[in-house]
Ligand binder design. Structure first.
Ligand code: ZN
Length: 148
């Protein structure tokens, strides 16, 4: 029997527990933020109901500096909603015991990276490799289009 091979890389239960807590904290904070955004959206749409169109356009012009506009909030809610999905996925990976293992090279992702990005599914080098690959594919696509 070969020993070193076929051994599944996984985090210790202690570490899994640590990141489970971390993810749950992030989730609780995010849910609260999303609730706040929803509340302010409700307020914005109500106040715009009887409003004039010109007033609304002026409002949009200020969007860059005004963080309470509907558009900005919507984008924020969407982004945070997506992040919430990542957190849920990370939590289910913790349950399965596959959390903290790089999707690509199947090695453990350094804990320091996970503390910074608890939803990470790849180690830094594989992520960089993926980016390079993407850039290369894009260059090839562009080269192809030039030939046409
Ligand atoms: Zn990797």
């Amino acid at each position: 029997m070969s020993k070193a091979k076929d051994v599944e890389v996984r985090m210790s239960d202690e570490d899994l527990k640590f990141f489970e807590e971390l993810l749950k904290q992030r989730r609780a904070k995010l849910v609260e933020e999303l609730r706040n955004i929803e509340d302010s959206n409700l307020f914005t749409s109500q106040s715009n109901h009887g409003g004039e169109l010109s007033g609304y356009t002026n409002h949009l012009a200020d969007a860059a500096s005004d963080y309470t506009t509907l558009d900005t909030n919507f984008g924020l809610a969407e982004r945070e909603g997506r992040y919430l999905t990542y957190i849920e996925r990370a939590l289910s990976r913790i349950k399965k015991g596959t959390y903290g293992v790089c999707n690509t090279c199947k090695e453990l992702i350094p804990k320091r990276r996970l503390e910074a990005v608890p939803t990470a599914t790849r180690c830094v080098s594989c992520k960089e490799e993926g980016k390079k690959q993407e850039a290369l594919e894009m260059q090839m696509e562009m080269a192809k289009q030039k030939k046409k």
